[in-house]
Design a protein. Sequence first.
Length: 681
Amino acid sequence: MATLGYVSIFLALALAVYATIAAFVGARRGMNSLVISARNATLAFTALMTVAVGVLTVALYTRDFSIALVANNTSRELQSLYAITALWANQAGSLIFWSWILALFSAAVVLRKWERDRELMPYVIATLMALQTFFAFMLAFVSSPFERWWMVGGKTMMALFPPAGAVMFTPPDGQGLNPLLQHPAMALHPPMLYLGYVGFTIPFAFAMAALLSRQLSPEWIRTTRRWTLAPWLFLSIGLMLGGRWAYDVLGWGGYWGWDPVENAAFMPWLVGTAFLHSVMVQERRGMLKVWNIGLIIITFALVLFGTFLTRSGVIESVHAFAQSEIGVWFLSFIAGVTLLATLLLFTRLKDLQSDREIDSLFSREAFFLLNNLLFVGAAFVVLWGTVYPLFSELVFGQKLTVGPPYFNQVAAPIFGGLLLVMAIIPLIGWSGATGAKFFRRLALPFAISVALAGVVFVLGVRDGVALAGYFLAALALVTTMSEIIQGARARARNTRENFLVAMSGLVARNRQRYGGYLIHIAVAMMAIGIIGSQVYTTDATRALKQGESFQVRGYTLTFESLSPEFPSGEARVTSASLGVFRDGTRVATISPARSFFPRQGEPQTQPAIVSSLQEDLYVIIAGWEDNFATVTFRAYVNPMVFWLWFGGVAMIAFTLFAAYPDARAEARMRAEVIAKEVVRA
């Protein structure tokens, strides 16, 4: 089966090269037959990559240990679900998974109707398949997922083709999967991130096509709206699942540690969010054209950089990077793509002049520009903190660690600024407003937000940063909700509908605008959860014998029983039972556990969590002594963390709502296409 897999990759590489050349030449020479041929080659490439991924998936499921990737990442005892997820738990597997997802996206793009962007599509195909050429080359010659085990002179080695004098070797069992990856979220978290990463390739390809063809009207933006929103949504889901996985598995009581892998996904999300907002200015006012193409170039560069960061070995050290199979290749690819895209943008600057200038500082245009600056600034802060340890090792010979305090202190003011911008934009119009008018509209929401911050103060919040954060979150909530309420009142007056009916009708008929407002409300909820859990977390650690208790922030935890080292699959699990009491009343019985995986020699923590709207009680087994006579427990109380998860789910739901096709908008676009065809005729 491995032979079928790598033959498919070699054939796919040839098709990628052909499709790139055919699409570009067909576009430049007006040869539609070449463009159609490139389109068909793209579809054939997708089919071949599907075969290759299918072969590898079957090999993982059946535990074909003759393939090195399977032997290195699975075992006979590993659950089948986790055996399949091992596809993206390693370097070569993640590369083929990336290429396959991009192939599916590419096929979806070329199978759609081309009427609206006939001039763009040849260049879109050329861009996509040029990128695929790199990934197929890497899979064919640098990091093949189909390398096998061979026995040469009594020693085993991995190779794609048999070395001289070698015989095939199949290990009796595999090495298994990292215990931290044996969690249900790992079946969804990485695929969501990859769908987000790879999905941003489509708007990037359309942006490059617009530059190459000089078709720089907002049409390419309208075409790619859902192609941009979809990867942003997938990346959002991936980030939320990653946070939840960290909360449920890592056992440190938190959900975000500014780890390089987390940051790798967060950076393109930040700049992609700026792009989603910025394109509205170009559509409505014909402005920020250079910004928009620049933002999508930066987003895609960060997508590639994130993949490089997590798969090149550079996180461990620059020395590991130097020994990596793909490190130099990937870094050269990122530099080449970014440089070419930037040069192309500079050659089209005259064609990208704004239709008008920003007339007022109190205009939506001005605040959207500020929004861009803040999001890009946040991405730069995260990027610098992520790469500084590598920079210091390379320049000074010493790896200096940048921890969460740097990120929290530097990024917090920027995110506070974003909350402020989110609060202000609903209060101002596109054409601007006088300062006096703006402050009149701001007065009531400001007063309500101050009052809410005062309530929080009375309830015991004294930290200045937390109070400022709660005030800004409240201001964003109040201004956004007041905008929806005012619109519903106006509709109710005009239609004589009930207020709630008017509100639902207003939101349903303006999904893009009011869906965006609902997303902002969800973000404000998340901000409330983040502020509470970051500023006011309390923890306590105690070593207990059975029957003993300890207290943490109003909770009394009583150690009631222990089940030591019982077998569960590949692991041996130790589980404790604790009673949770508040004011003398039992509120829960929890069972934190700790698993040990003998094959990998690694433990895994399984926290017990009691959630409420107000706070989470989070308890883990930290260790034990004297043959389990004494067990050490660590308990955290995380205020308001529920609102982070609730707000995240709401944000995802509201994004789906905003992205749902609008029949009227679709009809309007079809009419525009027909009108253009009539003009051409």
